[in-house]
Write a protein that binds this ligand. Structure first.
Ligand code: ZN
Length: 485
C-alpha cells in the first residue's frame, strides 16, 4: 500500500508526544498534570507544526511569498481584533480549484486558491478567514476532542490529518482509516451546529472591527450554498466541514439586519493576488484571452491596473516578453504602486537576460518596501543571476539579523556561498534551512559535509562541530521517541 505522506506526520507527532514524561520532552514546555487531560495551546501548536512539515512538501503547497504574505496580513488584521491575543496564526495557500478553507490545531489556516478566486470581494474572503480564526480562538478542535473523551493528542492529530485528507477529497474515510480511528473522526470532522454558530458570531465581530463589510459573510455563504445545490451530492468541501444550515443563514441575516450599509473598496493587493492566481490557471493562451476580453469589454470590478498586471503575467507565462513589457508600461502609466509590480518587472528583466536591470529595480524596491519578503528574496536571486554573489551575501546577512528563522533566506545564502566557492559556509547555511523546516537528518548530513569541506578557519570549524553535536542529539531524541511509540 502506498504510504500517504501525512502518515509520516502522524508517526512523527506520535513520537513527539508519547515519550513519558511529557514535560521533559525536548522543546515542550512543562505543562504539568493538567496537560494530560486538557489541551494547551502550546501542544496544539506542536501538532500543527508537525502537520505543516508535510503540507510544505505537498505538491499543492503554493510557495509564493506574495500570496502567502497577503493572506497573512489580511488574517492578522482580523485576528488582531480578537480578545484572544496570545494565539499565533499562520495563513497559507494551496493550489486547489475547490472552494475550501480550513483551520488546523495551533492556528494554521489554509485557503484554497479556488476560494480566493471565487470571492466576489475582499470582505467575502475576509469573512471566511474570520470564521476560521474564530474556530481557532474558540478552541473548537480541542473542545471536540475533549468532548469525545478519546486519547487526546492522538485524536487531535488524527483530526488534523483527516481535515487534510478531506480537503479536496470527498472520501473522508481515507483520512479516518489512516488515522486508525474509524468513523469517530468523520463525525468529529464536522463542526457541530453550536460551534458553527459561535464561529459565525465571533467572526462577524472580527470582520466588523477590522473595517470590512459584514455583508461579506452572508453574501459568501449564500453563494456557497448555491454552489452546493448546483453540485448536489458533491457540495464544496467547505460545506462538508462547516455545515451550512438555513438557521445559520437566518442567524447571520438577523445580526446584519439594521446595520448601516458600508461600502468597502477592495485593496489593490487583493486584486493583484487574484490576478496573479488567475493568470496561472488553465493554459497560458486561456489566461491571456480572459484578461484581454475583460479589458476590452471593461467587464471587471476594481482597478484596470490589476487586469493589466494579470495580462502581463499571462503574457510572460506565454513567453511573450515584449507584450508583457507593453502591459507593464500601461501599469506604470496607471500609477499602480505595489511591491508586486516591482518583483514582476524584475522577473521580466531576468527573463530577457537583463539581470543587472532586475537588480536596479529591486534595490530601489527594497528601500521602498523593506519588509516585503518577496522583494528581498528577489533581490538576492537577481544578484545571483547577475553574478554578484558578494553583494548578495551582504543582503542575506543583513536580512537574517532581522529574520533569523527564515528557512528560505538560509537556503538562498547557501546558494550564494556555493557561487563564492565557500563550501563550509554553503553546507552550514543549508543545514540551518533544513533544521528550520524540521528536516533534522538532512541538516546533519549538511553539517557533516561542512566538516569535511576543509575550507573554514578554526573558529568556523568549531561552530560547525558544535552545531553538528546539537543536531545529532536532536535526531537521536526524535528517533528514541518514535521507537517508544
Ligand atoms: Zn466552520
Amino acid at each position: 500500500m502506498k504510504q500517504h505522506p501525512l502518515s509520516r506526520a502522524l508517526v512523527l507527532a506520535f513520537g513527539l508526544f508519547s515519550a513519558p514524561p511529557l514535560s521533559v520532552a525536548e522543546g515542550l514546555p512543562d505543562l504539568g498534570e493538567a496537560a494530560q487531560t486538557e489541551f494547551s495551546p502550546a501542544m496544539e501548536r506542536r501538532i500543527g507544526e508537525s502537520v505543516m512539515l508535510e503540507i510544505r512538501r505537498d505538491p499543492a503547497w503554493l510557495d509564493d511569498p506574495e500570496v502567502n504574505s497577503y493572506l497573512g496580513r489580511l488574517g492578522n488584521r482580523l485576528s488582531s481584533q480578537s480578545e484572544e491575543q496570545r494565539q499565533e496564526f499562520e495563513f497559507f495557500a494551496l493550489r486547489d480549484s475547490t472552494l475550501n478553507a480550513f483551520a488546523m490545531p495551533g492556528g494554521y489556516i489554509g485557503v484554497h486558491t479556488g476560494l480566493i478566486l471565487a470571492a466576489a470581494s475582499e470582505s467575502e474572503l475576509a469573512s471566511v478567514l474570520a470564521h476560521e480564526i474564530s474556530h481557532v480562538t474558540q478552541r473548537h478542535l480541542a473542545r471536540l476532542i475533549n468532548k469525545s473523551g478519546q486519547g487526546q493528542v492522538t485524536s487531535l492529530l488524527a483530526l488534523a490529518v483527516a481535515i487534510l485528507a478531506a480537503r479536496s477529497n470527498p472520501d473522508v474515510a481515507v483520512g479516518a482509516a489512516m488515522a486508525g480511528q474509524g468513523a469517530a473522526i468523520q463525525n468529529q470532522l464536522n463542526y457541530t451546529r453550536d460551534f458553527e454558530r459561535e464561529a459565525d458570531r465571533v467572526g462577524l465581530g472580527l470582520l466588523e472591527r477590522s473595517g470590512f463589510d459584514i455583508r461579506g459573510m452572508s453574501g459568501f455563504f449564500e453563494r456557497l450554498q448555491k454552489f452546493g445545490r448546483l453540485y448536489e451530492n458533491n457540495a464544496p468541501g467547505y460545506l462538508r466541514t462547516h455545515p451550512l444550515t438555513t438557521e445559520r443563514l437566518s442567524d447571520m441575516g438577523n445580526r446584519i439586519q439594521g446595520r448601516p450599509y458600508k461600502q468597502v473598496a477592495d485593496s489593490l493587493e487583493f486584486q493583484l493576488v487574484r490576478a496573479k492566481l488567475r493568470a496561472q490557471e488553465g493554459t497560458p493562451r486561456d489566461a491571456v484571452t480572459e484578461f484581454e476580453t475583460r479589458l476590452r469589454d471593461r467587464s471587471f470590478a476594481g482597478s484596470e491596473a490589476a487586469m493589466r498586471y494579470g495580462l502581463a503575467q499571462a503574457r510572460m507565462r506565454e513567453g511573450n516578453a515584449a507584450a508583457a513589457e507593453r502591459e507593464l508600461s500601461e501599469l506604470r502609466r496607471l500609477k499602480a504602486v505595489s511591491p508586486m509590480v516591482e518583483t514582476f518587472a524584475a522577473q521580466l528583466r531576468v527573463k530577457q537576460g537583463d539581470a543587472p536591470g532586475a537588480v536596479n529595480i529591486l534595490r530601489a524596491a527594497h528601500l521602498r518596501f523593506p519588509q516585503e519578503r518577496a522583494v528581498t528574496y528577489g533581490l538576492v536571486e537577481s544578484l545571483l543571476e547577475a553574478r554578484s554573489p558578494s553583494d548578495a551575501i551582504k543582503v542575506t546577512e543583513d536580512d537574517l539579523l532581522s529574520y533569523p528563522s527564515d528557512a528560505k533566506m538560509h537556503g538562498l545564502q547557501a546558494r550564494t556561498y556555493a557561487l563564492l566557492g565557500k563550501r563550509l559556509q554553503q553546507h552550514r547555511a543549508q543545514a540551518e534551512a533544513y533544521a528550520l523546516l524540521g528536516q533534522v537528518p538532512a541538516a546533519v548530513e549538511q553539517l557533516e559535509l561542512a566538516q569535511k569541506s576543509g575550507d573554514g578557519n578554526f573558529y568556523e570549524q568549531s561552530q560547525v562541530d558544535a552545531r553538528l553535536r546539537e543536531m545529532k542529539k536532536r535526531m537521536a531524541d526524535e528517533a528514541k521517541q518514535a521507537k517508544q511509540k
